[in-house]
Design a binder for this molecule. Structure first.
Ligand code: TYD
Ligand code: MG
Length: 461
């Protein structure tokens, strides 16, 4: 009998076709047909979907939620504090973690360091598809990891990788990277969406069945998504992204999704000659050190996960040509246009004929709206060519009507600023501390309700 043929299934409607087509013959969607292995297609494709569900219902039972025992998950520390923080406390048995990031940012370095630390307490396996075992050994030597008990295999074929994991039964296995793997079951090339999806799904089943924590390394494509149009994000338990500017030595690892911990938690690392080192007090690195206050600079207290961080926002407003430019690095450009309009309308700060550039120092990316007030104060400071006072910080969201809205966990932000010796703050009214607090001694707090109030206040400092 001929070998079962692979099918192409539509990601929109689930309909199948024996050959690839640009348009799904069932629902008419374009570019949605993906190759599936014959065995998988039989389970999930087309009509068989329903029989798959009835098989499921036969083995599971309905229970009252209160009768189900909640189980705490087992966690093993990774040996790297900053990584533990983003993972929510360490490796979780049977979990699948995806680590994404630009090429060369430090994914392999971090995982090799983490696995070496893990292998001192439990067994760990590093599967490399991008580099040879000798190259990994060379990197380990550079990182000072001689004498490591870590197991290494250079392999890209999915079935052999599964066999290695089943044979060695490690507590943690890293697959570097998912884009290099291929399964014999599919004819498409490694790195194609079908291969990436099939390999990740097979490794996820293996993790759940064996209790091994599997870490998948994924490259981010030019469009900024993990290759395989985010196909992996919903399959895995945890998604971590490496951020940072390759020109600076600082790297942030951010939890983007985490079934076993908080999201938006960040780990901060510095890339050194001997690998990545955790930075336990990150506030200091995103500030530039000016001997005297300079115009166009405002320190923001931003909240990353549970950790407040001080970041310097710089603005440069300069007379522009016929079509003035607005440019931002580390902050959203659309938000900048919006803030400039609010400044003009509500605080009479006109920048219509000026080029406006803003930058978050240190290659950090800030997405929270609580940065608004600091951005606007930096712009005004640059426009007036008047520095903000020494030891000044600000945070707060600014609305289209010119109102200053509260930021989450304002007190924690103020405490962090006070701890680092900042002495003057402008904050939203709702974030002003209600009662005296010892840890806020030494910081003078001005609460504002509207943007024009904030602008007038700084003129008086
Ligand atoms: P790497 O971990 O290979 O990146 P990825 O796996 O994300 O593609 O990181 C490689 C970069 O890090 C490379 O440009 C060299 C630099 N590096 C150091 O600066 N110090 C070190 O100790 C190591 C191992 C790498
Ligand atoms: Mg790598």
């Amino acid at each position: 009998m001929a070998a079962p043929k692979n099918l192409f299934a539509c990601t929109e409607c689930g309909g199948t076709s024996p050959k690839w087509q640009g348009k799904c013959p069932h629902c008419g969607a374009w570019n949605t047909l993906l190759e599936q292995a014959a065995a998988e297609a039989a389970q999930s494709g087309g009509k068989n979907r329903l029989s798959g569900f009835s098989a499921l219902t036969a083995t599971s039972k309905v229970q009252a939620l209160s009768d189900i025992q909640a189980q705490d998950v087992d966690r093993a520390p990774t040996g790297i504090d900053e990584l533990d923080r983003v993972l929510g406390g360490g490796w979780v048995a049977g979990a699948v973690v995806l680590i994404g990031g630009d090429p060369g940012i430090g994914k392999s370095t971090l995982l090799l360091q983490a696995l070496d630390a893990t292998s001192r307490l439990a067994s760990a396996l590093y599967i490399t598809g991008e580099e040879s075992a000798a190259q990994v050994a060379l990197r380990a030597r550079r990182l000072g990891l001689e004498g490591s008990t870590l197991q290494v295999a250079a392999e890209i074929q999915l079935e052999k990788i599964i066999a290695h994991i089943e044979a060695t039964r490690p507590a943690v296995a890293v697959v570097d990277s998912i884009q290099t793997l291929y399964s014999d079951q599919l004819s498409s090339a490694p790195g194609s969406v079908a291969q990436v999806r099939e390999c990740a799904a097979a490794l996820t089943r293996l993790a759940k069945a064996s209790g091994t924590t599997i870490v998948l390394v994924g490259h981010v494509t030019k469009e900024g998504s993990l290759a395989g149009p985010r196909v992996l994000e919903h399959i895995v338990d945890t998604v971590l992204y490496f951020e940072g500017d390759t020109h600076s030595s600082f790297r942030l690892v951010r939890a983007f999704k985490n079934r076993f911990g908080a999201v938006n938690e960040i780990g901060v690392f510095a890339m050194t000659e001997r690998g990545l080192k955790g930075v336990s007090n990150p506030s200091a690195i995103f500030l530039s050190h000016h001997a005297q206050p300079v115009s166009g600079s405002c320190v923001l207290v931003t909240l990353e996960g549970t950790r407040p961080m001080l970041v310097e926002i710089q603005a440069l407003v300069d007379s522009g040509g016929p079509s003035p430019r607005r440019l931002s690095v580390g902050l959203e450009r659309d938000r900048l246009a919006l803030l400039l309009a609010v400044l003009h309308r509500h605080a009479q700060v006109a920048t219509g004929d000026q080029d406006v550039f803003v930058n978050a120092v240190g290659g950090v990316r800030i997405t929270e709206p609580a940065a608004d007030l600091a951005v606007m104060l930096a712009i005004q400071s640059s426009l007036r060519n008047k520095p903000l006072p020494k030891g000044f910080i600000a945070f707060g969201e600014v609305g289209l009507a010119g109102e200053v809205r509260p930021a989450t966990r304002g007190l924690d932000r103020l405490k962090e600023a006070a701890k680092l010796g900042f002495s003057l703050a402008i904050v939203p009214k709702a974030n002003a501390p209600k009662r005296a607090d010892k840890s806020l001694e030494g910081i003078e707090i001005h609460a504002v309700e509207r943007i024009e109030e904030a602008m007038d206040l700084v003129k008086g400092f």
